[in-house]
Write a protein that binds this ligand. Structure first.
Ligand code: NAG
Ligand code: NAG
Ligand code: NAG
Ligand code: NAG
Ligand code: NAG
Ligand code: NAG
Ligand code: NAG
Ligand code: NAG
Ligand code: NAG
Ligand code: NAG
Length: 715
């Protein structure tokens, strides 16, 4: 992972339409996150409402446009007309007054807003993005739901019309000027309208550039915005001003489409739906679904060379423009809601059991963000899961991003971890990577997993060899899949050989925390390598390679004894491990100790755990324990790795500080994992660095350890 050199988009002042109605009115439960997930389902469908005070409006749906994780505006709009007066409930269209938001609540899969519209009607607005770890078909569909409930608030019935639109052009999202010129050159658009299976949808179209991105948004695929064709529904495509004005004056749209295909910044084209709900007293719900379909998803340099891989939904539905897929998604809302509620409640009860409400505040915010970096691809015989290193550099399948992410999969579905590791094994085992150590990533720019045949990827050899060994064994233990160890034994042994040479006395190199700088003899990095060797001892024993098993066990134990001499400031008060060997007045989060517990190795003596647990509270800052003594910033993923293996009091301290950071942070992007432990703000490298990254899957580190007990791995 590394910082972007690319400048982040500056959000211009027109982002804010009018001021928030009654800013003090809304409650936020369980917290007011830095950004609220709206439609978050893949690297390319990642729409949020920025909330933190560095540029967000405090967590209100109306009065500010939703945004893509990288800052581009998604002019997703909602208006409602009650007894002839129009109000805005989402986004910042010019004109209407804003509804009053009274509450916001999030769960692992849902963001729910409650609005008071002029004291006349109440709205419940639910954004649902499902995670279906047990259901590949549904997980592979990049769709989210928006469900809008309306009912009378004052006992009288009211004449109500509901409106929503999305914009065409770049990824079908309305992109305001002042972002970059590049975004506009792309855009010609066209609206297509189909009547199929009783649903009505708008489908965005653009010049398709397969596997290309512009500022992290996909340049190919089809966007859909759909609702059911019912009595009272009208639609229109056209310029934002025209379509929205029609609704405001008439409460309906013209049922016409604008076929003047043009650049997206020329009279911004929007696709709008209006629903005449008639006289409303009891609750009426209207459902929309928004989604992206890309038949071709990834280019992969696998065993047979570079091949295009299709989205996995193609094995269930015939093509990109196949309307049965859309009908399936739309009509699946009941099932989707039930499955989501069950997952919400599982994560809720498990999180509360391990770390109380504060821990649930952390895990439930992380769930959609973590899964939102994934895409399931392949066909009915062979599936792969790909991950984008969102925001820090856009690499594909970065091993040291999969590692901090992987606890969420150990907790929810270890088999999905195999689907992430498979492409890394396949590429390297087929001889496409020349180095003897593990590669850092499968490609510099998602979605091109075209490997590094020249071996010139970012060099984190010790880190990645350790990560691959630990994660392979972790998967195999939980899935009871010894054959996987047998299948990859040769390359795992090769990586172990590297660790035997390099782990005890690490050369000057970067670790996964590359932004903190390089250093020789990093105590935490050495520990990962030594744990990797012991993991291989277990792998060898499990596959009947008993001589290797005995040898690696001896080496790992010898190394861990020496490591304790080199890496611990024994005479410090209190004693603690150091950042680097012999640097007795340094310290850092010893998060790699997690692997020892995760795999049930018992390689590292309990006294090291106890020493660290006693030490962390002595160096804790307001929002956490600094990553190391070089800086005041911390990393939320590594904090949860550290918390998971700490004593009860120290664990509670880490959890409490991260939960209060979520509520207090002025950062306004999808949860950053790197922030100042002192101020809770950006770490100093600049606003917007490290956002929306999948590493928040590591917030499930405590839950992953709980799951291992069930799998029979004991510490
Ligand atoms: C909103 O949700 C609450 C709680 O489920 C419910 O009591 C209320 O009737 C709902 N209101 C609308 C407008 O759907
Ligand atoms: C992926 O590779 C294709 C060529 O095969 C190229 O056109 C495209 O721009 C690349 N995508 C990214 C994001 O670099
Ligand atoms: C929209 O409403 C206006 C005013 O009530 C009416 O004249 C028009 O026919 C309606 N249009 C559609 C498409 O229903
Ligand atoms: C399924 O995917 C695998 C791996 O990419 C490929 O080798 C195989 O030919 C595909 N099968 C079909 C039926 O397309
Ligand atoms: C690394 O640690 C070893 C063992 O303490 C020591 O011999 C060596 O000089 C150290 N290397 C550096 C560059 O500090
Ligand atoms: C592997 O098996 C050998 C006996 O063959 C044993 O001495 C060693 O402790 C085992 N290693 C691990 C890590 O279980
Ligand atoms: C290892 O040896 C045991 C005992 O001989 C045998 O039951 C088991 O199938 C072997 N496992 C593998 C992976 O070869
Ligand atoms: C143990 O492993 C090391 C490193 O691979 C190797 O040099 C050594 O020969 C092995 N020893 C035995 C007894 O197999
Ligand atoms: C660091 O501490 C260790 C033991 O706590 C001691 O042996 C070593 O000399 C100290 N190193 C320095 C540079 O003070
Ligand atoms: C941490 O913050 C304190 C107080 O602002 C400052 O004095 C100190 O230099 C900072 N430390 C580092 C390593 O940046």
């Amino acid at each position: 992972m590394k910082f972007l050199s690319q400048a982040f988009v500056v959000v211009c002042a027109t982002l804010f339409g009018s001021v928030v109605g009654d800013a003090a009115a809304s409650t936020f439960s369980p917290a007011r996150p830095p950004a609220i997930p709206l439609a978050v389902k893949s690297p390319y469908m990642s729409t949020w409402q920025y909330a933190g005070s560095d540029g967000g409006n405090g967590g209100y749906l109306a009065g500010q446009w939703p945004q893509f994780w990288a800052g581009q505006v998604a002019a997703w709009t909602g208006m409602i007309r009650v007894d002839g007066t129009t109000y805005t409930w989402m986004g910042a269209p010019t004109g209407p007054a804003l509804v009053t938001q009274t509450s916001f609540e999030y769960t692992s899969t849902k963001s729910v807003f409650t609005m008071d519209v002029g004291g006349l009607v109440e709205m419940n607005i639910t954004f649902l993005s499902t995670l279906t770890p047990d259901d590949q078909k549904r997980q592979s569909l990049i769709f989210s739901y928006l469900d809008v409930g309306v009912q009378s608030l004052d006992g009288n019935s009211h004449d109500v019309q509901l409106y929503t639109d999305i914009s065409a052009g770049e990824s079908a999202y309305h992109v305001i000027p002042a972002i970059t010129d590049r975004l506009f050159r792309m855009g010609f658009w066209r609206s297509l309208r189909c009547r199929t299976m009783g649903s009505r949808y708008h489908q965005g179209w653009q010049n398709q550039l397969l596997f290309s991105e512009t500022s992290d948004q996909a340049d190919w695929g089809y966007w859909y915005y759909a609702t059911k064709k019912v009595h009272g529904l009208s639609f229109q495509s056209g310029s934002d001003a025209t379509v929205r004005a029609n609704f405001q004056s008439n409460g309906n749209l013209t049922n016409t489409k604008d076929t003047d295909y043009r650049a997206i910044n020329a009279q911004y084209p929007v696709f709008g739906f209006a629903s005449d709900l008639g006289q409303v007293s009891g609750s009426v719900n209207t459902l929309y679904t928004i989604g992206l379909t890309q038949e071709q998803a990834i280019q992969f340099d696998g065993a047979t060379g570079v091949v295009p891989l299709t989205s996995l939904w193609t094995s269930y539905f015939s093509s990109e423009t196949d309307a049965t897929k859309l009908s399936f998604v739309y009509n699946d809302y009941g099932t989707a809601s039930q499955t989501a509620a069950a997952l919400d409640s599982q994560i809720s009860s498990d999180s509360i059991g391990l770390g109380g409400q504060d821990y649930l505040t952390i895990t439930s915010l992380a769930a959609r963000q973590a899964f939102g970096a994934l895409q399931l691809v392949g066909n009915s015989t062979k599936q792969y899961l790909f991950l984008k290193e969102i925001s820090s550099d856009g690499n594909v399948q970065t091993v040291d991003v999969i590692f901090p992410f992987h606890p969420v999969l150990l907790y929810l579905k270890p088999e999905l971890l195999k689907l992430l590791l498979d492409p890394l094994f396949e590429n390297q085992e087929s001889g496409q990577y020349p180095n003897m150590y593990s590669m850092h990533d499968l490609g510099s720019s998602y979605p091109n997993a075209t490997g590094h045949p020249d071996g010139n990827d970012e060099q984190q050899p010790l880190e990645e060899c350790g990560n691959m060994l630990i994660m392979t064994l972790a998967y195999s233990q939980r899935a009871q899949d010894k054959a996987y160890l047998q299948q990859h034994y040769k390359i795992l042994k090769q990586w172990t050989q590297y660790l035997i040479q390099e782990a005890l006395i690490p050369a000057d190199q970067i670790s996964t925390d590359d932004f903190a700088g390089s250093l020789a003899n990093q105590t935490n990095l050495a520990l990962k390598g030594i744990i990797g060797i012991e993991a291989m001892a277990v792998i060898a024993n499990m596959t009947n390679n008993t001589a290797d098993g005995a040898n690696y066990t001896n080496i790992a134990h010898d190394y861990i004894d020496k490591w304790q001499v080199y890496g611990i400031a024994q005479d410090a008060t209190p004693p603690h491990t150091t950042l680097g060997y012999g640097l007795n007045d340094t310290h850092g989060l010893l998060y790699n100790l997690y692997g020892d517990q995760e795999l049930g190795l018992k390689l590292v003596p309990q006294k090291v755990y106890d020493m660290q647990s006693a030490f962390y509270p002595t160096v804790a800052d307001t929002y956490g324990v600094p990553l190391d003594t070089r800086h005041n910033y911390t990393k939320s993923d590594w904090e949860m790795f550290t918390a998971a293996i700490a004593s009860d009091d120290t664990k509670a301290m880490f959890i409490k500080e991260l939960a209060s950071w979520i509520n207090d942070t002025p950062t306004n992007r999808p949860e950053t994992d790197l922030y100042s432990a002192t101020t809770g703000d950006w770490p100093g490298q600049g606003a917007g660095t490290f956002t929306a990254r999948p590493v928040v899957g590591g917030h499930f580190a405590l839950l992953a350890l709980q799951a291992q007990t069930a799998a029979g791995i004991h510490n």
